[in-house]
Design a protein. Structure first.
Length: 187
């Protein structure tokens, strides 16, 4: 187990980090609300899928787990995210999402290699420039969050031993990230 911040609990989670370093916590949570929950050509489920995918590409198990749960609440099967991380070309994802996910994979792993052809593939699949920009924002937010989590040594994990109940899913869908901040005393 890595212990990067000795003042954090032995198995810290993101709430522990934000409570110890609260200066930007409210802004980060408001940004998450804006990027993941506002009206967009991409559904909330699609944005949570992208959040989990980016986190998986970055090997950030904490954010991958958290956003698998969120994606599941919005109707995404957790196994779909696993399939994407195993082989995005054969994963049973909506064909319209594949060019967005290819773009996001490149943006995550080698951002300087993004091409016009990759953007055009997104547009050819019927997505608007706003949809692509919204996907880029999700990718950027999770590249940022994954580095906070990994850089501070967050090791808490999410369990997928049993499916979420419909009641749990409904509660998750109605909660904002700022609501979580208020419930943990951050805001």
């Amino acid at each position: 187990m890595k212990r990067l911040f000795p003042d954090l609990p032995e198995t810290p989670d993101l709430g522990d980090v934000m409570q110890s370093y609260p200066a930007a916590a409210g802004l980060i949570l408001q940004m998450a609300d804006t990027i993941l929950l506002r009206d967009s050509p991409l559904s909330k489920a699609e944005r949570e899928l992208i959040a989990a995918y980016v986190s998986g590409l970055n090997a950030c198990t904490y954010c991958l787990g958290a956003h698998k749960v969120a994606a599941e609440a919005f109707g995404v099967e957790p196994s779909l995210i696993d399939a994407l991380l195993t082989n995005p070309d054969t994963a049973p994802v909506d064909p319209r999402m594949k060019p967005i996910l290819r773009y996001i994979e490149c943006l995550t792993l080698s951002p300087a290699r993004i091409t016009e052809a990759q953007a055009q593939a997104v547009y050819d699949a019927g997505w608007s420039q706003q949809a692509l920009y919204d996907a880029i924002e999700v990718c950027a937010l999770f590249s940022f969050m994954n580095r906070i989590v990994e850089g501070t040594g967050v090791t808490a994990n999410f369990s997928f031993d049993s499916p979420m109940s419909e009641e749990d899913k409904a509660a998750r869908r109605s909660r904002t990230y700022s609501d979580w901040g208020r419930s943990t005393g951050l805001l």
